[in-house]
Every structure is written in C-alpha cells, then in structure tokens.
Write a protein that binds this ligand. Structure first.
Ligand SMILES: [Ca+2]
Length: 263
C-alpha cells in the first residue's frame, strides 16, 4: 500500500516510542575487536558505527587469530582484480568496491575509524588516544605470504591530504619488512601530493600514500599470474628480496586492530 502524504501514514505514539527504545538499545560496534568480544566470532561483513559521521558502514571483520589478536577491521582488500582501483580523488575519499570481495573503505571513513577509540582516561580530563595498530596481509602468485604489522597508525584529516604516519615495525626480529614503506600525503591520478617532481599516482595508476613513489602501492593495477612484482602493479618494499623469483602480489589486505575499547 502507498501513502499519498506524510499525514496519511498511520502513526501511534507507542510504536514511535518503541522504535526509539530499540534504536538506543542496539549495540553499535565501533570496530571489529569489540564485535568479536561480544560473541560474533566468525569472519564476515558487519556494520560498524562511525561516531563522527553519525552513520553505519559495512566492513569485513577478520576474526581469525592474527599476530596473537582477533577482530581486525579490514579497510582495503585486493584478491581477484574485479574492481578497478585506478580512480580519482573523490572515489578514494568516499570509498568503493564491495566488502565481500575487493574494496577500499574510503579515506574519510578510515580517518574516522582510526579516531574511534579516543577516550578520556584520567580525572584531570586529559584525552588519551589509543591508536590502532595496522597490519598487511600479502601473498604472491607462488603462494608465498607474510603478515606485516606496525604499532601506530595515525591518519590525519582531509586538510592535510590525509597525511599518514605509520611507525614502529611490530616484529620480534629484523626482516625484509622491518622498514616502514607507507607514509606521507595521499595522492590520486588527478591529485599530486607526493614529494617528488613526478606525479607518482598518475604514473602508477592508483590512489596511495606516495611519498617518494617507490615504497609501496597496494592499490596498483592487478597483475596477471605471469607478471613480476613492480611499481606498475601491487607493490610492497622488500618483496623482491623476500621471494627471489620476484613474483607479483595476487592478494593484499590492510586492516586495523583497535584493542579492547572503552565505551
Ligand atoms: Ca609531485
């Protein structure tokens, strides 16, 4: 049945009241760690509440044990080349793709997500921000894979072109991946914010934190299985030392871990 106008819609005070109660009682998870803690232990797609945007967004939660922790919030995934990642600034700010396969959560969503766990911690009212950790799953066409983790993920606002500061390799020993290959302002094929005379995002056909062009490019063009790893496809510094065959990467994810979050 269709209603001609708002005043035709049957309203009851009680129903309205009931809906409001359900809304405010609904748990609104801020990230995947607390979804896991609340008993949803299967990996899959979940809604998370972005407080500062006052809206839900869907993400893929990785609930498997990763680096002694469970409940990682996936913000980027490449797996089959179905989604075109050669896109402009607006798409990278907004997000694109599908959390069930390949996707980019969007810079504005990632920025808000990374700030969700700020909370007041002492009686003087000082605000301590618990920074999320960031992890990267990488796998090439030979089946070689690693998980690389860094301690702090600090993403700044649009006013800084989403300047990223990732620091402290979180591995027990030195590896090919000890050096942090992801930092700086975000660039896209239509927006050059890198620190070189070139326009790296345009040359390498993706949106990414290209500081000096050559460190990483997980949003680069999806490679065929015969290809070698290069800056022209999905790139991560150190991979060509890790696998001497220099095989191209066929899979990547980028995910945040927020730890146990206070309400
Ligand atoms: Ca430049």
């Amino acid at each position: 049945m269709r209603f001609k106008s708002c005043k035709d819609f049957p309203q009851s005070e009680d129903k309205h009241y009931h809906i409001m109660i359900v809304w405010f009682k609904s748990p609104r998870a801020l990230e995947c760690t607390s979804i896991y803690a609340s008993g949803s232990t299967s990996s899959g797609i979940y809604p998370i509440w972005l407080k500062e945007r006052f809206q839900f967004t869907y993400v893929y939660c990785d609930m498997e044990l990763v680096s002694t922790k469970k409940g990682w919030t996936t913000i980027q995934r490449r797996m089959n080349g179905d989604i075109n990642f050669e896109r402009g600034w607006d798409d990278y700010v907004k997000g694109f793709g599908n959390p069930s396969s390949e996707y980019w959560l969007g810079l504005e969503n990632i920025y808000r997500l990374s700030r969700q766990t700020a909370y007041s911690t002492n009686t003087l009212g000082a605000i301590n921000t618990k920074l999320p950790e960031v992890g990267f799953d990488l796998e090439d066409w030979d089946g070689m894979k690693v998980f690389v983790q860094y301690k702090n993920f600090i993403l700044n606002s649009k006013a800084t072109n989403y300047l990223l500061d990732v620091n402290f390799f979180n591995g027990a020993f030195w590896s090919f991946f000890s050096r942090v290959p992801i930092n700086g302002e975000f660039s896209t094929p239509d927006r050059d914010n890198d620190e070189t005379d070139r326009h790296c995002a345009k040359d390498y056909k993706s949106g990414w934190w290209f500081r000096y062009c050559y460190d990483s490019n997980l949003n680069g063009p999806y490679p065929k299985y015969t290809q070698k790893i290069s800056w022209q496809n999905i790139y991560w510094f150190g991979w060509d030392d890790f696998n001497k065959n220099k095989t191209a990467l066929r899979f990547s994810t980028m995910k945040l871990y927020h730890g146990r979050v206070k309400p």
